[in-house]
Design a protein around this ligand. Structure first.
Ligand code: PMP
Length: 399
């Protein structure tokens, strides 16, 4: 496999402002885009067309991408199933396991454990499972937004079938103790799933060594395209079995039907390889930039507060509160900044996010809170400009 160099090309878009919403989505890396392009045109075949070279080319590309993704997360290629998104992967875990368990034991009680600060795809999925008779515990978190191991241990019941925890929180960036949780789940013979959408490419992952049974990821969070996700399903110790969520033509060994989105899958593969080849450097660089950003913010805006854990946090995320300053009141002055005033997925609604509520924030404080997330094309200069824009937007009596 040829080596891919880390992109040195400029950000795909820069003119329209300063983008600080990499947790919501990332631009497609130009090398990823270049690799995808032929699969829209000359290699447009359906990977399920086994009778001609158009089909073979597409099928080969999908298998190559599967290996690239697997190698990035320390899995076997056969353990990676492509989906449309992390949302789908998360839903599949909840309901694919539920139907399988019901087949095996139609009247057996089923208990799932998750946390109160999961992404909506897990929270709402779990609420829907409750309506189907599953007992669900939504664990509380500490003030940093992390599940405590003691809380998890105490929640386990004889009929607990699944523990599912978000690895890095998408709003406040705190890291959950996934290794310890996976170990505990193994000891108790409970399946362990993690939503790794915000942790892939932000920290080293080896699902095999880390004892993770199921893991959801999404390409568009690490410089791949939207519309491609994957679910890792462990094949040994234990061999995890899920029923499909989507039935049809039997693609993905019958586990996930639907014609494969070949260009997006190719993109996910290349994005995985790019990130894998430069993971340590990129994470170290992001951490430095994030620390610099936080240092500059503190100097320019006294009283600014960091939410989430001070050190056990995503290398790309800062979630901050400007006490007494509603973000709404400075919106017109910070229009150039692409920041998030809530989880990207729930912005637009005025209700306080479950995550901020989960760490004990009041609705008033939540209105003074926003998320900054950096990425591959963030520069020191961007950070300096952002700090100037933000501090300039705040009425001087507050500084
Ligand atoms: N989980 C987390 C933690 C996320 O941040 C997101 C995206 N906001 C998702 C799941 C959903 O991912 P997708 O956009 O691929 O559906």
């Amino acid at each position: 496999m040829e080596m891919i160099q880390l992109s040195t090309t400029p950000a795909p878009t820069t003119d329209s402002g300063l983008y600080f919403d990499y947790n919501a989505t990332t631009p497609v890396d130009p090398q990823v885009y270049a690799a995808m392009e032929p699969y829209f045109r000359q290699h447009f075949g359906n990977p399920a067309s086994a009778a001609h070279h158009w089909g073979w080319a597409a099928e080969n590309a999908v298998q190559k991408a599967r290996m690239q993704v697997a190698s990035f997360i320390g899995a076997k290629a056969s353990e990676v199933t492509f989906t449309s998104s992390a949302t789908e992967s998360n839903n599949w875990v909840i309901f694919g396991l539920l139907t399988k368990l019901r087949e095996q034991n139609p009247n057996g009680p089923i208990h799932y454990i998750t946390s109160c600060i999961e992404h909506g795809s897990m929270l709402k999925g779990m609420q829907a499972a409750q309506k189907q008779g599953v007992e669900v515990d939504f664990l509380p978190v500490n003030k940093y937004g992390q599940v405590e191991m003691e809380t998890l241990r105490n929640a386990i019941k004889p009929h607990t079938k699944l523990i599912s925890l978000i690895w890095i929180n998408n709003e406040i960036g705190s890291i959950n103790p996934i290794l310890e949780a996976a170990k505990l789940a193994k000891e108790k013979q409970i399946l362990f799933h993690t939503d790794a959408t915000q942790s892939i490419a932000k920290l080293p992952i080896n699902v095999t060594e880390m004892g993770i049974d199921l893991m959801s990821i999404s390409a568009h969070k690490y410089y791949g395209p939207k519309g491609a996700g994957a679910l890792f399903i462990r094949s040994k110790d234990p061999q995890v079995q899920l029923d499909p969520l989507i039935y049809g033509g039997g693609q993905e060994k019958g586990l996930r039907s639907g014609t494969l989105n070949v260009p997006a899958i190719v993109g996910m593969g290349v994005a995985s390889e790019l990130c894998k080849n430069n993971l340590a450097n990129e994470c170290a660089h992001m951490t430095e930039l994030r620390n610099l950003f936080w240092q500059k913010l503190q100097t320019a805006i006294p009283g600014i507060r960091l939410n989430g854990h001070p050190t056990e946090r995503s290398p790309v995320n800062l979630n901050v509160t400007l006490p007494g300053i509603k973000i709404e009141s400075i919106t017109s002055k910070i229009q150039k900044l692409g920041i998030s005033t809530g989880s990207a997925c729930s912005s637009g609604s005025m209700t306080i996010s479950t995550v901020l509520k989960g760490i004990g924030m009041s609705p008033e404080e939540a209105q003074c809170t926003f998320r900054i997330s950096i990425g591959r094309w963030t520069t020191e200069n961007d950070i300096q400009r952002a700090v100037e824009i933000l501090s300039g937007a705040i009425p001087s009596k507050n500084i």
